[in-house]
Design a protein around this ligand. Sequence first.
Ligand code: HEM
Length: 136
Amino acid sequence: MKKNTIILITIALILLALIGAGVWTLVNRPNNQQPKGAQDTTANQQNKTFSMDEVATHSSKTDCWTVISGQVYDLTDFVNRHPGGNEVVRACGIDATTLFTSRTTEDGQPVGSGTPHSQVAQEQLAELKIGTIKKN
Ligand code: HEM
């Protein structure tokens, strides 16, 4: 084999080893060294607690938090995508468990069909969770 070929193969092998080591380090990085965005989601979604008073300050179409079954959700980005239109705004700033689970008001008046939201709706809701409600 020519000397040049041996040198080229050696360089290629060294480069491959360096790339491999880089990828390995990235994949196995401990959680506390993950970029900030990656750290946030799961940990915060489970650990943050909010008071009902705090939820009540997010009570408009452009800043909309709600509580459903003790979980706190930020609906702000979802409000304009809601298939049921502005009815979702009723939930902003309050405990909307009844509204969401049975699509009726607290005193039993139907909102739209007056039937429970679908499985799809429940899955969409889960994506919007920001924490749980503080117990008094
Ligand atoms: C809590 C207050 C809410 C009210 C009053 C409300 C009301 C409605 C209404 C009236 C409809 C039209 C269909 C029908 O009448 O059956 C609808 C559809 C729908 N809503 Fe809501 N909604 C609320 C919150 C939400 C939330 C938080 C989500 C999900 C993040 C959601 C997801 C959907 C979806 C996916 C549909 C299409 C039909 C279905 O899958 O059930 N809604 N909603």
